[in-house]
Design a protein around this ligand. Structure first.
Ligand SMILES: *Cc1c(COP(=O)(O)O)cnc(C)c1O
Length: 458
């Protein structure tokens, strides 16, 4: 015990008195009495440490206020809607793709009811799960079969486990990458039970490198990884996918691609050339292609394996498949999102709409925001900047965008107030100013955004 006199420690409020304090009344309802008592205990513990360190003994009100701050922090960890003014279209920390309206409606209609998730309606017996989504995905990709799982990390892990567990898998050293959130190719390989055989160098891997490894090591598969979230420039080389596929066929190895993004339409008309489509990977001769459904596809969190029927079936029968299956709510949302592709209603997909929005429209929007803020005495100016696709897609592509920059020195404090306000708004700091990007804010959010900025700028 430190130098605090015993008397000041005994002056600390009791936990139950703190928990009953009026400052915590609202939180007792929102968090439950047990959680509030826990937070009160934490606040008393903290006060005790401070007193032991020589601080004056805090009052009951002080300790209750500290507990209320803990409660506020606990509540702010809940998932709530936010406005994405960051300029990153697929922001992994903000939930990646917002769903198309028809997916939202399908969820609303299904979530609170029983649903024909895994039943054969003609016989009433157990049926295939995700059969519609899988047939549609296989059709759109030009593949024989598809399997839907929880995310692309799971798809890649499962593909490797089903095909290469206990065997060797060849990967270029330029593709031993980390995607973020703990997805590292060498570790995923190890977890799948496959033994990694590295070929080539960081910047250059040639077809010969693969050929030598396949001859010498007798590998079951080659894994090709899309370098979506970083770019290599300069003295770099890797074989064309079709050439690698031809080599794999000749050597009797399967070619698995981790495509990351999973574009089902050509994104070059969206001003985004260079992002491969799932169709192009299948057509190039990949035996299995793994991709996300919440990146440029624009749907809910999910992962897909498409490719050769025989291999997709092997993945489906693997015990891991059950552990990583897609939940029923994402499945409902995925089917509705795929409906947009079947109907050619791509404009209904918010991610594609954000990527496609003409620069003039983005600028006009930023100018409206600037005028609305000026009318409230908040000085701001319009700036041309680069937005980003995000979600590990198209690192090489900068998306032209326009933002409003708030002309205030306290950008960090302003950004923090916006993040914690109601609604929560996420901007980005650039050149010491807070920027609100006109490309990523969803249609219909303008008024709420402006109100939030006015409130937080006061
Ligand atoms: C995003 C990405 C992943 C992980 O996908 P999740 O759906 O987030 O699990 C894996 N590989 C690549 C190349 C990616 O871009």
């Amino acid at each position: 015990m430190g130098n605090a006199p015993k008397s000041s420690l005994s002056g600390l409020p009791r936990v139950d008195r703190v928990a009953e304090h009026p400052a915590l009344a609202a939180f007792r309802q929102r968090l439950g009495p047990r959680a509030v008592t826990e937070l009160a205990r934490r606040a008393v513990d903290e006060a005790r440490e401070a007193v032991r360190g020589g601080a004056a003994c805090p009052s009951l009100d002080d300790v209750a206020r500290a507990a209320a701050r803990f409660a506020e922090a606990a509540l702010s960890a809940r998932v709530v809607p936010v406005i994405n003014a960051t300029g990153v279209v697929l922001h992994t920390n903000l939930g990646r793709a917002p769903l198309p309206q028809r997916a939202v409606e399908a969820l609303a209609a299904t979530a609170g009811r029983y649903a024909s998730i895994e039943i054969d309606v003609s016989t009433g017996r157990r049926g295939a799960r995700a059969a519609f989504a899988e047939r549609t995905l296989a059709g759109l990709a030009g593949a024989e079969a598809a399997l839907v799982v929880n995310n692309n990390a799971a798809a890649t892990l499962l593909a490797l486990a089903a095909i290469a567990a206990g065997k060797r898998v060849v990967v270029s050293r330029g593709e031993l990458i980390e995607i973020g959130g703990g997805f590292r190719v060498p570790e995923v390989c190890a977890r799948s039970g496959a033994t990694l055989v590295e070929v080539g160098t960081t910047n250059r891997t040639r077809l010969d490198d693969y050929a030598r490894a396949l001859d010498a090591e007798g590998a079951a598969a080659v894994l090709r990884v899309h370098q979506g979230n970083f770019k290599q420039v300069g003295f770099v080389e890797r074989p064309r996918l079709a050439d690698l596929a031809a080599l794999c066929r000749e050597k009797g190895a399967w070619l698995i691609e981790d495509l990351g993004g999973g574009a089902l339409v050509d994104l070059s008309p969206y001003g985004l050339p260079g992002e491969p489509t799932v169709q192009s990977s299948v057509a190039a001769g990949c035996d299995l292609v793994c991709f996300s459904t919440d990146k440029v596809l624009g749907g809910p969190q999910g992962g897909v394996i498409v490719g050769r029927a025989e291999l997709v079936e092997r993945a489906r029968r693997d015990p891991l498949a059950r552990a990583v299956r897609m939940g029923r709510l994402p499945l409902v949302a995925l089917e509705a999102t795929l409906g947009c592709y079947l109907d050619g209603a791509l404009g209904e997909i918010p991610t594609l709409a954000a990527l496609e929005r003409p620069l003039d429209e983005v600028r006009a929007r930023a100018e409206l925001w600037q005028a609305a803020l000026a009318a409230q005495g908040i000085p701001a100016h319009v700036v041309e900047i680069a937005a980003a696709v995000g979600g590990g897609a198209l690192a090489e592509t900068e998306l032209a965008s326009v933002a409003v920059a708030i002309d205030r020195e306290d950008a960090e404090a302003l950004a923090a107030r916006l993040r914690t306000g109601e609604p929560r708004v996420f901007g980005r700091i650039h050149g010491g100013l807070l920027l609100l990007d006109g490309r990523t804010v969803l249609p219909g959010e303008d008024e709420a955004l402006i109100e939030a900025v006015i409130l937080s700028a006061k």
